[in-house]
Design a protein around this ligand. Sequence first.
Ligand code: ATP
Ligand code: MG
Length: 357
Amino acid sequence: MEKTILTGDRPTGRLHLGHYVGSLKRRVELQNSGNYKNIYIMIADAQALTDNFDNPEKVRQNIMEVALDYLSVGLDPKISTIFIQSQIVELTELTFYYLNLVTLARLQLNPTVKSEIQMRDFKSSIPVGFLCYPISQAADITAFKADTVPVGEDQLPMIEQTREIVRKFNHIYDEVLIEPKALLPDNQVCMRLPGIDGKAKMSKSLGNCIYLSDSAEEVQKKIMSMYTDPLHLKVTDPGHIEGNTVFTYLDAFCKPEHFEKYWNEYKSLDEVKEHYQRGGLGDVKVKRFLASIVNEELEPIRARRKEYEKDIESVYDILKDGTERAKEVAAKTLCEVKNAMKLNYFDNKELITERMV
Ligand code: ATP
Ligand code: MG
């Protein structure tokens, strides 16, 4: 079977380090592995509108930003099809049919949606579209017959919901849809990178992000202001590693070769952690080290972004071409879905002949 990837991001802001370690880095590796025949990367603007319907300008502005972020991390439009969700009406039609396969009670059980509702303070005014976005996500994934979805941990309930819809659809109608699998980062801390404020998840909506397009100075400034250990007041105090965001980021980004380059007093992260826990190592030194590492990782990304920014028209063409290609694939699946659901009245004259016998 052809291996196919579908994944995407909401254009609610520029992409950040959480996206990078949680999904983007993996996508680029998978793309370059040559093991996947089809790779679809979606800018989920229709999904972004489910909680930003009153701010369409924000969503519109961020289409280009997300596209630039994709290209700057190394997604190659010759291999990966980058497209815009709302321009593929077939996805909306699929969503409409899938709505019948999910109960309200099931939607209300989704833990990610639950916590997002709380975060957005919707209380009892939850937009129906927002509650249903896991169903539209199922339409996105299945339209491309994707078997692999590289995502962060928060997306697991969405993949589970998709799998349920696929099973139900195939059982009731016909074996048309493919059950996808989530592909999580190997590194535990990358599954849900915390924000610089120490909150559970770096998220555009929480404003606690280091963006891939931040300048070296901005990165340095944000890291210096980062949440660490509130009990580590004096350098001599013993420090805590657990829940200390600086160390979580080091777990995500630090490699052995960084010590020789940026901090040759230590040979490994374990040595740094031991010293910090013992007391005598200040936050500032650890933060400086982290800033050097993060800036090293972001430097080539920034450089590529600058190049693409010089030729925005080519980025526009990439999106247009990608969307056209993606639309063809989604239309083919929708046709199969409608056949399975017996909604193909005008493909043949069976409506007449059946009636005559
Ligand atoms: P929003 O606040 O608008 O929901 P977001 O920052 O959560 O934005 P999304 O566009 O919803 O970003 O997520 C896109 C992808 O990035 C998903 O696969 C998600 O799992 C992953 N991702 C987002 N934030 C993180 C994070 N902090 N750690 C790991 N993965 C993340
Ligand atoms: Mg999100």
